[in-house]
Ligand binder design. Structure first.
Ligand SMILES: Nc1ncnc2c1ncn2[C@@H]1O[C@H](COP(=O)(O)OP(=O)(O)OP(=O)(O)O)[C@@H](O)[C@H]1O
Ligand SMILES: [Mg+2]
Length: 256
């Protein structure tokens, strides 16, 4: 087996007396789609927050490409290829679709953000624009490149959010509930986009409650409960595990 691209080792994160993440262990293999599921409050978002540098771990380690990155800043992690998206959209609503992606490219180009948006560095500017157009084509957004982001339907806004994340040239992308609020068509399209992202050689880690999407996409699923790993395995193994059914899926299926 290859070296995992991402590992958490005995990871803990407390808030006051509450152990939101407690002795959590898992490893993500390169170029897989790896799911992180579990009941509300299990600690999934906190885990993403610690991995991506928004919170420092209380104890334990986050290892990325063999290197201990525990407590490293979000901006530094983004520079070395670990990108996290948020639930909901974080677009510049009044900017056009293409400009949102072009600005996203600033992380992977050499010159600064300021020179990029003021057009001071023409060569870099042209390269960013080419890359932004390529990403829009990849996500099927070329025809609406000049529309303001605010005018897009929900599914397109989410696709644009992914295009912006990809503009930073990630090696691994952490998606927190990318399917929330989507209709079935948007969900199907987003599933294809996530597969396309993996085909580009990017590892995907996914927190999601939409079981159809999770089971249909993931190679491996880690199930969390009370801050720890309950079970890990293939979608089929997880789906049929009595511990998972009791802690989570029974309820998730009842709710569906
Ligand atoms: N900043 C914080 N301060 C205090 N408690 C927090 C904070 N963030 C999370 N928690 C608590 O930690 C626990 C885990 O929360 P977390 O958001 O990680 O769960 P989750 O698995 O993402 O749940 P959901 O599926 O509902 O999104 C919860 O009890 C939550 O209230
Ligand atoms: Mg959450």
């Amino acid at each position: 087996m290859s070296q995992p691209i991402l590992e958490v080792c005995d990871l803990c994160r407390s808030f006051g007396g509450l152990k939101a993440v407690h002795n959590l262990n898992f490893a993500v293999e390169p170029q897989t789609i790896h799911g992180l599921i579990g009941p509300n409050g299990a600690g999934k978002t906190t885990t993403f927050n610690v991995i991506s540098g928004f919170y420092a771990p209380s104890s334990g380690k986050v290892v990325y490409q063999g290197r201990d990155v525990s407590g490293m800043k979000t901006s530094k992690l983004a520079e070395i290829g670990l990108i996290r998206t948020f639930q909901g959209t974080t677009l510049f609503q009044e900017f056009s679709v293409i400009d949102n992606v072009r600005i996203g490219c600033h992380n992977s180009a050499r010159s600064g953000f300021f020179s990029r948006i003021t057009g001071m560095d023409r060569a870099v500017e042209t390269a960013a624009l080419d890359k932004a157009h390529e990403l829009l084509a990849f996500f099927g957004l070329s025809e609406i490149a000049n529309e303001p982001a605010a005018s897009l339907p929900h599914g397109h806004q989410r696709a644009l959010g992914m295009a912006v994340a990809l503009a930073a040239d990630p090696k691994i992308i952490l998606l927190d509930e990318p399917f929330t609020g989507m209709n079935p068509d948007e969900t199907a399209r987003m599933m294809e986009l996530v597969r396309d992202v993996r085909r580009r050689g990017i590892t995907v880690m996914l927190v999601e409650h939409d079981m159809k999407a999770v089971m249909g996409l993931c190679d491996v699923i880690t199930v969390m409960n009370f801050g720890s790993r309950l079970v890990e395995g293939t979608p089929d193994a997880v789906r049929n595990d009595p511990k998972v059914i009791e802690a989570y899926l029974g309820r998730a299926i009842d709710a569906a």
